[in-house]
Design a protein around this ligand. Structure first.
Ligand SMILES: Nc1ncnc2c1ncn2[C@@H]1O[C@H](COP(=O)(O)OP(=O)(O)OP(=O)(O)O)[C@@H](O)[C@H]1O
Ligand SMILES: [Mg+2]
Length: 354
């Protein structure tokens, strides 16, 4: 028998969004948005307040219609289907639980409305209570739960209907920092376990980076870049993404072919980027910078802060606005007022067209 070579797994598109725009009077909430969401992935929409994230989710859920563009699910038009006929569930920015109902009743509500047989509702609610770790709290009322537990009830209510696509609008924003970190892990585990495609909206870039398989960064209604977290961090494609994702040291100048010419600072090494003569931005991460006696740039240490695992050193370089941030492992001996050189490898610096 001859072995049949296996075809490489091609990610299957679940949702196709093509040229979607939506205006509210003078406000352009979405401006020609195109993106694909793949079957089974954890997708994040990330961007500052007002950039159009909720509007896009509401269009997918069927609570809002675009002025232009198409949306498909499994290749078939989604926009012509009313909200209640879509295999899509939206968990709102402020999830409202019914205060007078028990946890179990809150979760069963959507299934009861579909008039599913009682035994099936009971079995599905019990199963999902176990999944979110609330088996013991089934008979409590929402006010008898912690914030993190209430969040789990809202999640359970959303997944019990077994949607193809689960939309979560700022699902963790009501939680304090510690519970939030726990729930991030929980959300990731849950998505893996139930195998539903998740689209999570957040304006917290660390949250998006830690959760998502892919992230769409949005600004003013437009998609700036769609990539995996590491790629977004290492190869930001636009000046906005370079400044929005993680700490970065940014320089403005003109591309030279082997770097960036910056008036007053000379030529800073970098690889790739736009052709020589084009206006460009150079980004180099704090952890890619080295302090030494000599370097590409010279400056004076303005401030040193020790955070246990890392130290942050702010360096003032004459001719550059604002301090340059250097991150070093562990404690550092360098002191404020010292003259230092700053160096980096060209391969660690990103050039972006302006
Ligand atoms: N129903 C509406 N009527 C008028 N303007 C609206 C309406 N809905 C949204 N907008 C405007 O459209 C823009 C995008 O709003 P949207 O709610 O999608 O932003 P967002 O990215 O979810 O922001 P946030 O992070 O603050 O929730 C905003 O300028 C908002 O004021
Ligand atoms: Mg919103």
């Amino acid at each position: 028998m001859s072995a049949v070579p296996e075809a490489p797994a091609v990610p299957q598109t679940l949702v196709g969004i093509e040229g979607v725009s939506r205006r509210f009077g003078d406000v352009v909430a979405l401006d020609d948005v195109s993106l694909d969401i793949r079957q089974g992935e954890f997708f994040a929409l990330l961007g500052p307040s007002g950039c159009g994230k909720t509007t896009l989710l509401r269009i997918l859920a069927g609570f809002e219609s675009p002025d232009a563009g198409t949306v498909t699910l499994d290749g078939a038009d989604l926009l012509s289907r009313p909200a209640h006929r879509r295999p899509v569930n939206l968990m709102f920015q402020s999830y409202a639980l019914f205060p007078h109902m028990s946890v179990a009743k809150n979760i069963a509500y959507g299934l009861d409305r579909e008039r599913l047989p009682r035994a099936e509702v009971k079995a599905r609610v019990a199963e999902v209570l176990e999944t979110v770790g609330l088996g013991e709290q089934a008979n409590r009322r929402p006010h008898q739960l912690s914030g993190g537990q209430r969040q789990r009830v809202a999640l359970a209510r959303a997944i019990v209907k077994r949607p193809r696509l689960l939309l979560l609008d700022e699902p963790l924003s009501a939680l304090d920092k510690k519970v939030r970190a726990e729930m991030q892990l929980e959300l990731k585990r849950l998505q893996h376990e139930v195998g539903i495609t998740f689209v999570v909206v957040t304006h917290d870039q660390e949250e998006a980076m830690s959760l998502a398989d892919r992230i769409a960064v949005m600004q003013s209604g437009r998609v700036q870049q769609i990539d995996e977290p590491v790629r977004l961090y290492e190869r930001p494609g636009t000046p906005f993404v370079a400044g929005f994702i993680g700490a970065n040291n940014l320089f403005e100048g003109t591309a030279t072919g082997d770097g960036l010419a910056v008036p007053g600072l000379g030529t800073l090494p970098a690889v790739g980027g736009p052709g020589a003569g084009a206006p460009a931005l150079l980004g180099v991460r704090p952890e890619s910078l080295r302090l030494g006696e000599t370097g590409i740039l010279k400056g004076v240490v303005a401030d040193v802060s020790f955070y246990g695992g890392v130290s942050h050193i702010a360096v003032r370089v004459p001719g550059h606005d604002g301090p340059i941030l250097v991150a070093a492992q562990g404690p550092t001996r360098v002191q404020a007022g010292t003259e230092v050189g700053l160096g980096w490898s060209a391969a660690d610096a990103v050039l972006i067209a302006r």
